[in-house]
Design a protein around this ligand. Structure first.
Ligand code: PAF
Length: 288
């Protein structure tokens, strides 16, 4: 595995690979890696000649300083996992490489309401920070293909729009969510769940699966309200449990009127905020 901390060294290496007509696939991460990330790496390895990943805990996407402070930092374990999964190139820049003192230019992207709904209601400016860092990393890595997880469905949608606004040729791939045997979506935050909350957490996916079974049979509002009540009875603090249009992320009332429908949830399991989603209705006419 090739390992770089400096942009100039990474770029010299990647420029050489490009000159050999090798394709570059990129999977950005913030570390604390798990099998969900390894699935991103596997997709990148399969699709591209040179697989690149980054570990950078981006301060600009944390609206809560405590969340940034508590974000797990497990670089040694991460490197071992990436090595085992045959990643070609790892980039672990210090903050000054990504955000130099002289500043960086980030275009003024307009996401309309995409960054105002769902997560946007609860995490002010989070997606501004995500777009800023992904734009910066894309400028540095210049990949042909970008691999991001379905678990952060809204993030994926916003990056898709960012690439369109940039008129970028980078192909964005959505890698399906990887789940524990009991259904809990893999997340770096899961390791911070108490034993009691770890036992309850799979209920989130159970309710999403029930939504999947029922969304054509029962009124959407009833399904969402019932899911929120069930989560409340179990002690979760639910921020949203919504069924949304898969493209504009606005709430849906009649799923038959939408090409793609996604059920999205965010709930606090004690001190840990969990998010998850299930694509209820897929749009098979859409291709990247
Ligand atoms: O999904 C993440 O881990 C982060 O939001 C990302 C895309 C690496 C940007 O910091």
């Amino acid at each position: 595995m090739h390992f770089f901390k400096k942009i100039s060294d990474l770029q010299a290496y990647l420029n050489y690979q490009r000159s050999q007509n090798l394709s570059i696939g990129f999977a950005p991460t913030m570390g604390a890696l798990h099998q969900g990330h390894m699935s991103l790496i596997e997709h990148t390895n399969k699709h591209s000649n040179i697989s690149v990943s980054s570990i950078f805990i981006n301060p600009t996407q944390f609206n809560d300083p405590t969340d940034l402070e508590k974000y797990p930092r497990t670089l040694e374990e991460d490197i071992n996992l990436l090595y085992d999964h045959q990643l070609n190139t790892l980039f672990t820049p210090p903050v000054e490489e990504i955000y130099p003192a002289q500043g960086i230019h980030t275009p003024d992207f307009n996401f309309g309401r995409l960054d105002q709904v769902l997560e946007g209601v609860f995490r002010q400016d989070h997606f501004k920070g995500v777009a800023q860092v992904v734009h910066r990393l894309l400028e540095i890595v210049r990949p042909d293909d970008l691999f991001m997880g379905q678990k952060d469905y809204q993030q994926w949608t916003i990056i898709y729009h960012m690439l369109q606004q940039m008129e970028s040729e980078v192909r964005l791939h959505m890698v399906p969510t990887v789940r524990e045997a009991d259904g809990l979506a893999m997340s770096s935050r899961n390791r911070r769940l108490t034993a009691e909350w770890r036992a309850k957490a799979p209920y989130i996916f159970r309710l999403l699966s029930e939504a999947q079974e029922n969304y054509t049979l029962r009124p959407i509002a009833e399904i969402c309200d019932q899911a929120i009540s069930t989560l409340k009875e179990m002690g979760f603090r639910t921020e949203y449990f919504n069924m949304v249009d898969g493209y504009n992320l606005e709430n849906v009332t009649s799923p038959e009127d939408h090409k793609k429908v996604v059920a999205c949830v965010a709930a606090w399991a004690g001190e840990i905020r969990l998010i998850d989603n299930v694509i209820l209705k897929e749009d098979h006419t859409f291709s990247f």
